[in-house]
Write a protein that binds this ligand. Structure first.
Ligand SMILES: [Zn+2]
Length: 95
C-alpha cells in the first residue's frame, strides 16, 4: 500500500506490506503478487508483501482454482509501471 509520512518536517513516500503492515525499507525486500488467470481487460488488485516472513501468507490469500498467484519483484513491477506511465503520458500528449 502507498503512504506518505512526515518525519522531522519532511514528507516522504512509504510503501507498507499488505500482510504485516510494516514499512518496506527497500524495494529489493518486497514483491508484488497477483492472482492467476486474469482475463482480457480484467483489473485485479495486487498485494505488496515482504519476501521474507510474509510471502506464504500473501500466496495463501491469492491462491485460486488456477493455482498459486504470480510473483513479481517490486523493482521489476516499478520498472514496468514507470515505463507504462511514460508511454501513457506520451500517448495523451499526441492525441
Ligand atoms: Zn510484511
Amino acid at each position: 500500500m502507498l503512504y506518505m509520512i512526515n518525519e522531522a518536517g519532511r514528507t516522504r513516500p512509504v510503501l507498507r506490506c499488505g500482510i504485516c503492515d510494516k514499512p518496506i525499507l527497500s524495494a529489493s525486500l518486497a514483491g508484488v503478487l497477483f492472482p492467476r488467470a486474469i482475463e482480457e481487460g480484467q483489473w485485479v488488485r495486487v498485494l505488496l508483501a515482504h519476501k521474507v516472513g510474509c510471502l506464504d501468507e500473501a500466496q495463501g490469500q491469492l491462491v485460486n482454482d488456477a493455482g498459486l498467484p504470480h510473483f513479481m519483484e517490486l523493482t521489476e513491477y516499478l520498472g514496468h509501471y514507470m515505463a507504462g506511465v511514460h508511454a501513457a503520458g506520451h500517448d495523451a500528449v499526441d492525441t
